[in-house]
Design a binder for this molecule. Structure first.
Ligand code: NAD
Length: 363
């Protein structure tokens, strides 16, 4: 039976990446019924200024699975991130970002195999913010000062960082479950509990409690700044990292840099009722419509989706075909060549053609 999957092409480079990925997934012989849905700036006008219409959320709830391209978020103003909005609205609290080296990728590191698990619904991404100079911000500052707090400067904007026992407990348990299901050996909790005692301090304490209930898997913890240094010095000592939202975002880009760049880093967002698969990278608007960027991160997100749909055999075949194309180094995009202006670099859709060829079919 065909799998019903919501397909959100996104904007910027999203549509060309999701199209290349759709072709590769279909070449496995697994059948899909794609329900194409649009979100982001392009649909705002048609939906009373809403970049994330309710019918898109309903569609994902219906299929339970989505393959999504990146969606642009205005910087410093404008609407809130549709990507974050989707994860929060569907309570997709667990983000999984595997960072694995493939032979043939140009990188300073050659044997990285890490999984970053990021909490998706809390932390500074909660969207509870007070703009500098507004009545609300001034009132909040007055309240803080009346309770003995002191701001260095009164003309501050304020973002609130909630980390809860419930949210921490479920993401750390999710990390242990992921480790167990995937035969991984260790979970490391990443925090800054030395400075933020009531948020990261809580996170660390709860992580330690959850670890005590999952003693079949090794556990340790690292302060986030030290974690970053250790990752570049001895990545082999780490396995699964479980992070609050913001550190998870930053650490996963750091790890993407270790495996050949953002074009190689896939991801999935999981909740009790739905999952959305999307790469770590964004919409890279300057490359939109040029058939230029690397589709592999999007395709590896598709591989994660195949595994989620229990199409393990097809997932292995696609990952194997991708690995072979990378190893050969011929049909790869500019970011995977020795120099960025290498004239032998191919385009996004030609990478898909080469992978489909390796799968042994022509479409
Ligand atoms: P970005 O990831 O879009 O691009 C940064 C740089 O990384 C690009 O200029 C390009 O050099 C490189 N890059 C990214 N993807 C690549 C690929 N597939 N192949 C080759 N090179 C690639 O980050 P940004 O410029 O900070 O963000 C652009 C927009 O994307 C912003 O609006 C941001 O909010 C949004 N964004 C969306 C998501 C998402 O949809 N989940 C994630 C991150 C950023």
């Amino acid at each position: 039976m065909a799998h019903s999957v919501t397909l959100i092409p996104g904007d910027g480079i999203g549509p060309e990446l999701t199209e290349a990925t759709r072709r590769v997934l279909e070449a496995t012989g697994v059948e899909f019924e794609w329900d194409v849905q649009h979100a982001g700036t392009d649909v705002m006008e048609r939906n009373d200024g809403d970049p994330l219409p309710q019918h898109v959320l309903d569609a994902i709830s219906e299929t339970g699975v989505a393959l999504k391209g990146p969606i642009t978020t205005p910087v410093g103003g404008g609407f809130r991130s549709v990507n974050v909005g989707l994860r929060k609205a569907l309570d997709l609290y667990g983000q999984v970002r595997p960072c694995k080296s493939y032979e043939g990728v140009r990188s300073r590191f050659d044997d990285v195999d890490l999984v970053i698990i990021r909490e998706n619904t809390e932390d500074l991404y909660a969207g509870i913010e007070y703009e500098q100079g507004t009545e609300d911000a001034d009132e909040l500052i007055a309240w803080i000062e009346s309770r003995g707090g002191k701001l260095r400067h009164g003309d501050a904007g304020i973002s609130i960082k909630p980390l809860s026992v419930t949210g921490t407990r479920r993401i750390v348990q999710f990390a242990f479950d992921h480790a167990r299901r995937n035969g991984r050996r260790k979970v490391t909790a990443v925090h800054k509990a030395n400075i933020m005692k009531f948020t990261d301090g809580l996170y660390l304490r709860v992580a330690q409690q959850v670890a005590a209930e999952n003693t079949d898997i090794e556990f340790d913890e690292r302060i986030v700044d030290n974690m970053c240094m250790q990752l570049v010095q001895r990545p082999e000592e780490y396995d699964v990292l479980v992070c609050p939202n913001l550190y998870g975002d930053i650490v996963s880009d750091l790890c993407a840099g270790m495996i050949g760049g953002l074009g190689m880093a896939p991801g999935g967002n999981f909740g009790e009722k739905a999952a959305i698969f999307e790469p770590t990278h964004g919409s890279a608007p300057k490359y939109a419509g040029q058939n230029k960027v690397n589709p592999i991160a999007q395709m590896l997100s598709g591989v994660m989706m195949l595994r989620h749909l229990e199409e393990g055999d097809a997932a292995e075949r696609v990952e194997g075909a991708i690995a072979e194309v990378i190893r050969e180094g011929r049909s790869v995009t500019y970011d995977m060549k020795p120099t960025r202006d290498d004239p032998t670099a191919v385009g996004t859709s030609e990478v898909a053609d080469a992978i489909i060829d390796k799968l042994g079919v022509r479409v």
